[in-house]
Structures are given as structure tokens and as C-alpha cells.
Design a protein around this ligand. Structure first.
Ligand SMILES: [Zn+2]
Length: 349
């Protein structure tokens, strides 16, 4: 019976459309029943990653780097349940930027965010060139899918029912975002101007603990620097194939401690004469290195190295490499203040 089958097909299309609408717009009533998703992994963020610096990883690598929720949304075009991912209320966050949680590409600023009532973070405008659009015909609709221009990660969709000035609504999954607050001017002046110094001196646990004890050091973080891979993991760096050194990035107050003093601590607390080795630790990741943040730091480090050599402070030649600072990738949280966490703070030498 042709008439009946036409009705059936029409009904089927209607049902599919309704499902599509539920998925796209979200239902407030389901909010309380859906569990909260895991928070995104904490990774180092940079404000000025060029979009051209594309991040291409294999599926296995993405699986390793992302939480299951991030992987489903970013790499499998999934949609998180509405009202679950955080970031949905405009007022919860101050000034800052929402970055791609897959690759740290800055995507939207807080002043383009608005409360859409959908349960997903909504923005009327992305940062120029930071997102890409692609037509999506799933759920019987034609929608514009939004991707991160750097890693290709699926972020959400864009609709033309947003507010002025663009009239667009970028409906983005919260798990694909990481919010980076802009430091308040008062915060910056209260803390005084700080500077950074980065050193590689073998296993970074002990190096971090040493620098944390130096008066004038505001903060110290362990991480990876000087290699080729973007966002390396501890396992990547341990393979010694990525070229990264285990480093400590020190934030210090130059009015309280000089860079020379930090260099002294650096040279006194490791053996700068053993190439790619510190005690039992072998490999280029354990190399002795100074990553200079300014030409002045570099000149100071080079002058000091020459002076130590001429004064014959070490029995063998110093092999410390002095190079310009590169991107610092903070190590996984469990490596931060590791010795302190393990109650081994004084066992690093
Ligand atoms: Zn991305």
C-alpha cells in the first residue's frame, strides 16, 4: 500500500528530525539526570600559538592524550550532554580565552560568549582564523560543523540565530574547551614583575625541589623543552627520541634574586661535565642545559660558563648547552613537586 508507506516514511523523517533537534538544542529537563563529565587534562597553554603550526597526530596518540570525553567529542564528532560540561554560564569566568583542549589553539575570548540557554557554551564570534567550518548532514539536517583550525578537532556547530553583531551562535562542547584567565592588572602589580629562567640539570624532580628553596623564587615547574614533538608526554621524552630535555622553569622576582644567583645554584647542583648523563640517568633528556629567555640571560650564562672554565672549578670541561628558550611543556601533574609529594624532598643528591 503506497499511501501507508509514504506516511511511515514521513513519520520516520519527523522522528529523526525530532531526535536531531533534541541533540542540537538540548533539553533542560535532562540536565539533572546526566552525570558531569571528567575535567579536561591540564596542559601548558600558550597565547600565541600560530595557526599554521598544525598539530597532526595518529588516532592512537589522540587516545593517549585526551580524556575519553574529549576524545569522543574532538576526534569522533560526539556531542556531550547539555548543561554538563561547565563553562555554560557566562558569569562564571572572568576575562580570558577559551582554547582548544586538544591542541591549545586559542579559539574564543570571553567577551564573545553569551548565555544561549542551550546548555552548551555559546559564542557569537571566534578569534580570526582559529576555527574552520564544514557542512554536516547528520540527523537529517544541514548544519555547519565547527573544527579547530590547528588540530582539526571537532568543537560543535554554528547556527545563524545568535545575537548581534554577527547573528551567529557557535554552539561548542565544553570538553573541547580550556579556559585560560587573563591576569588582572592588580594581580600583576601586587606580585611585582617576575622573570623566568629555565634549566636542564638531569632528573627534574630534584632540580625543582632545589630551586623552590631559593629565596626570591616565586614558582618552579618541571617540564620538557628543546625537542621537536608538540605536547610531549613523560613516556615520549623518556624514549630520548623527541629531543626534549627534562627542565625546570623557574619564575623569580629579580628584585630579590639575581639570574647570576640562579645560575650558581644550577651549576652547584649537578655535574655539568658529563654529556647526556647525570649520575645513573643516561640519555639526552638528562643533558645539562640553560634555556635563556633574553639575550642578557644568554650572555650572563656564557660569561659564567667561561669563568668557571678558566677558574678550573670543574676537573673536566663543561658541556652545558646554552640556547634560546623554546616552548616549555609542563610535565604531567604527578611530576610536579614530586619529591615533596613522596616525602623525599632532601634525597635528590
Ligand atoms: Zn585544536
Amino acid at each position: 500500500m503506497p499511501e501507508e508507506s509514504t506516511v511511515r516514511i514521513a513519520l520516520l523523517i519527523l522522528v529523526m528530525f525530532a531526535i536531531g533537534l533534541i541533540v542540537v538544542r538540548g533539553l533542560g529537563a535532562t540536565a539533572a539526570e546526566t552525570p558531569a563529565t571528567a575535567s579536561p587534562t591540564v596542559t601548558v597553554l600558550s597565547e600565541d600559538i600560530p595557526v599554521t603550526d598544525r598539530l597532526v597526530l595518529s588516532d592512537a596518540e589522540w587516545k593517549q592524550r585526551l580524556t575519553p570525553e574529549q576524545y569522543t567529542v574532538l576526534r569522533r564528532k560526539g556531542t556531550e550532554p547539555a548543561f554538563c560540561g561547565g563553562y555554560s554560564a557566562t558569569k562564571h569566568h572572568g576575562a580570558g580565552t577559551y582554547h582548544c583542549s586538544g591542541c591549545q589553539n586559542p579559539l574564543f575570548t570571553n567577551d564573545t560568549k553569551f548565555e544561549s540557554g542551550t546548555g552548551w557554551p555559546s559564542f557569537f564570534q571566534p578569534l580570526p582564523g582559529r576555527v574552520e567550518k564544514e557542512s554536516d548532514t547528520s540527523y537529517g539536517m544541514v548544519r555547519d560543523e565547527v573544527h579547530c583550525a590547528r588540530c582539526g578537532g571537532h568543537l560543535g556547530h554554528v547556527f545563524d540565530d545568535g545575537p548581534a553583531p554577527t547573528r551567529l551562535r557557535y554552539c561548542i562542547n565544553a570538553v573541547s574547551l580550556q579556559f585560560v584567565p587573563t591576569k588582572a592588572a592588580s594581580e600583576v602589580t601586587a606580585a611585582g614583575p617576575t622573570a623566568k629562567a629555565t634549566f636542564g640539570a638531569g632528573c627534574f624532580w630534584g632540580v625543582e625541589a632545589t630551586f623552590r628553596e631559593v629565596p626570591g623564587v616565586v614558582d618552579a615547574k618541571v617540564g620538557y623543552e628543546g625537542g621537536t614533538l608538540i605536547n610531549p608526554t613523560y613516556e615520549d621524552v623518556c624514549s630520548a627520541e623527541t629531543g626534549h630535555a627534562e627542565v625546570v622553569e623557574v619564575v623569580y622576582d629579580p628584585s630579590k634574586v639575581s639570574y647570576e644567583r640562579l645560575l650558581t645554584v644550577f651549576w652547584e647542583n649537578h655535574d655539568p661535565t658529563t654529556l647526556n648523563r647525570q649520575g645513573p640517568d643516561h640519555g639526552s633528556q638528562y643533558r645539562s642545559a640553560v634555556f635563556a629567555h633574553t639575550p642578557e640571560q644568554r650572555a650572563t650564562a656564557e660569561a659564567m660558563k667561561a669563568k668557571l672554565e678558566s677558574d678550573k672549578k670543574f676537573r673536566r670541561p663543561i658541556v652545558t648547552e646554552i640556547v634560546a628558550a623554546q616552548t616549555f611543556y609542563a610535565a604531567e601533574e604527578y611530576h610536579q613537586q614530586y619529591l615533596e609529594k613522596k616525602g623525599l624532598k632532601n634525597c635528590h643528591r
